[in-house]
Every structure is written in C-alpha cells, then in structure tokens.
Design a protein around this ligand. Structure first.
Ligand code: CP3
Length: 344
C-alpha cells in the first residue's frame, strides 16, 4: 500500500495478515447492472467498451457503489478483455451475448506483440489516477487484470463457452503456440499492473475465472506458472506491491497456488468449505466467499450464509467478498442487508 495514508484501514490490516472483528468488505462487479445509476451511465456511454475507455464516466461508475454502500475498497471500472483489445484482437460486447472476440489461431499468435499496449490503455490509467483523487484516504483502490489462462480462453474461443473446451483443446494440440500466447499475456499483464500501481492503485487482483476447468498438470502449467511470473515481474520493480489472486474453482489446489505464485491474498469461491478456508488463513489473508446466489435469495438464507462465514473466518486475516461477481438480478436492499450483517 504505497502513496496513500491508508495503512490503518481495515483493508490494509487484512492484507497485512491482521484479524479484525469487523472485516473489510467489497464485492466483485460491485459497479454493475444491479445498480440503477450504473444502468443510467452505461446508457450515456453507448457501448460497454466506450464506458471502459471514458475516464469521466468510468470514474463515476467506480464511485457509485462506494457512495451507496461505503465499501472498504473501490475497484477500477474496466474489463479483463481490454488487454486483447489493446493487442489488436477485435473485442465487442453484445447485449445478452457477453463478450465476442475475433478468435486467434497459430498464425495470429505468432504475430502478436505487446507494442503500444500502454498507449492504448492510457484512458484506463487516467481513470485510475482520477479515482484515487476522488476516493477517501481510508478506502483502498484496487486495480486488476485477467490471468493469462482466462484471457487466453476468450481469445481462442472468441467467446465464453461452457467449459472453455476450445482453449483446452488448442493447448493440448499446439502447446508451443499456446505458450507463446500465454507469454505475451504475462508480459502485457506485468506492464499493465505496474502502470496501474504507479497511477495510484493500492493493490491489484488477478482474475482467473476459468482455472477450475483445468486438469492437474494443466493447472500447474497454465494457471500457476504464468501467475507466478506476473507476481515476480511486478515485485521486481515494486517489491511491496500487494496482490490478490482469484483462481476460481481451484479446489484443493488453492494452497499450492498461494505457495507457488506468492500472492498476498487468496480469493476463494463459494464451493470452498469454510473450515478449509480457515486452514488456508495459516498462509495469509483470504477473500470471499459468499455464494452470489444468496444475494438474490436474500432473507434468512443470506443472513445464515454471512454468519457462518464470519464465525469461521474473522479470527484470521479476512476480506469479505462474494465467491464470484454480483449478478444483475440482485435487489439493492440485499446489499444493504449484507453490509448490516457484517458491520452490525
Ligand atoms: O468488479 C467491478 O466492478 C469492476 C469491473 C469489472 C468488470 N468485469 C465489469 C463488467 C471486472 C473486474 C471485470 C472482470 C471480468 N470480465 C472477468 C473476471 C471476473 C468474472 O466475472 O469471472 C471476466 C471473465 C470478464 C469478461 C466479461 N466481461 C464477461 C464474461 C462479461 C459479460 C458477462 C455479463 O455479465 O454480461 C463482461 C461484461 C462486463 N464487465 C459487465 C461489467 C459491469 C456487464 C456488461 C454491461 O454493463 O453491459
């Protein structure tokens, strides 16, 4: 946690390994379609990518959930797919379809370079410094990128598919070409995360949403190894950089992942048993892990889920979050209820 005086904040304490009666809380996708004010700004921006590349509007949507819920951390509003966009792979978002990309093949991968990456991403970096100036000193600002494996799955398939089979198949058939793609993404991610940290991000999160579909050996090669290289590359220039890793669906591989990547905080999904999560706190802070569907269900089911997590994890270093992003169908009252449950 560099530039800003937030060392005494709940978020900074949790990252440094301190247990707290009231843990810090933020939610993945906290700026999103469940908020009427987001939908309003999103309309103004036209397309989703326009919103990502418009600092004024991106700062506005980043701040919306902080104003409403007083979360302990703001997360930069952008997307993991701005990296392929910056690499010259066509990316677009269609209503109801999710992201669509021009798929890459061996020939296209051979020609990929990270030249001009930060020039393309300059508006996002401007957003980071703008958020830092708008944000209270005791709130953390999180930057992020997608993990190389997850980003590569979208680049190969051109979209999200049920178990990202196209990328897994490509990696089996053409491992050298796939390795080249991963290497370009590792280098781009190091450059991009360092730029975010320099622009004012207090910590960064690496989203590996699709790590759970990998076999055992593939998890080592395509999930752990590239993330370890990113962590090493970032710390080479900024040894104090705070990094959260979120290998969704990693299951029993979560502890290997922490040990071998060196991330400070382990992001957990909701399938991880609370007791297992408590064991993981011996290695450092954990973040998560409420089932996002409980935010839709609300009521007593939500209260119970939150209480069980707090009872089990607040005696160790812990950041409250969901086990994946909040969905558009979540009633705003349920987020208020969640915050009351956590802060009393
Ligand atoms: O968390 C935040 O508030 C910060 C912003 C953020 C977004 N996407 C905004 C977004 C972050 C951190 C992401 C990460 C991201 N993007 C991931 C990793 C986390 C995860 O959810 O697994 C992935 C896989 C993507 C790729 C992506 N972007 C998909 C699959 C989609 C479509 C899904 C959907 O819900 O429609 C997006 C679009 C997207 N990214 C939206 C938002 C708010 C919704 C699009 C819209 O507003 O029109």
């Amino acid at each position: 946690m560099s530039v800003h005086n937030i060392k005494s904040s709940r978020f900074a304490k949790a990252i440094s390994g301190e247990a707290q009666a009231v843990p810090p809380v933020w939610l993945m996708r906290q700026a999103g379609r469940y908020l009427p004010e987001y939908r309003e700004t999103r309309k103004k921006a036209g397309s989703f990518l326009n919103l990502c590349y418009n600092p004024e509007l991106a700062i506005e949507v980043t701040m919306q959930p902080i104003r409403r819920f007083d979360f302990d951390a703001a997360i930069l509003f952008s997307d993991i797919l701005v990296i392929p966009d910056a690499l010259g792979v066509g990316v677009r978002f269609e209503e109801g379809k999710g992201p669509l990309l021009d798929p890459v093949n061996g020939t296209k991968i051979a020609r990929l370079t990270g030249d001009g990456l930060l020039e393309h991403l300059a508006p996002v970096l401007e957003t980071v410094s703008g958020i830092r100036s708008s944000l209270a000193e005791d709130k953390a600002l999180l930057g992020f990128c997608g993990a190389p494996w997850t980003v590569a799955t979208y680049m190969i398939a051109g979209k999200g598919t049920p178990d990202q089979a196209p990328a897994r198949l490509f990696a089996y058939r053409e491992p050298e070409s796939f390795q080249k793609l991963i290497d370009v993404l590792v280098d781009s991610s190091v450059e991009y995360l360092l730029a975010q940290l320099k622009a004012g991000a207090d910590a960064v999160q690496i989203f590996d949403s699709w790590s759970g579909v990998l076999g055992d050996e593939e998890f080592d090669r395509w999930c752990i190894a590239p993330v370890a290289k990113i962590v090493e590359g970032v710390r080479l220039e900024m040894p104090e950089a705070k990094i959260i890793g979120f290998p969704k669906g990693a299951g029993i591989r979560y502890s290997d992942y922490r040990e071998r990547t060196g991330v400070d905080v382990l992001g957990l999904d909701w399938t991880v048993p609370n007791e297992f999560a408590r064991g993981l706190q011996r290695g450092g802070a954990v973040q998560g892990k409420l089932d996002p569907l409980l935010m839709v269900a609300g009521g007593g089911a939500l209260d119970k889920g939150v209480a069980e997590i707090l009872d089990c994890l607040r005696d160790g270093p812990f950041i409250f979050n969901l086990g994946h992003g909040i969905t558009p169908d979540v009633p705003v009252e349920n987020v208020e209820r969640l915050i009351r449950n956590i802060r009393g």
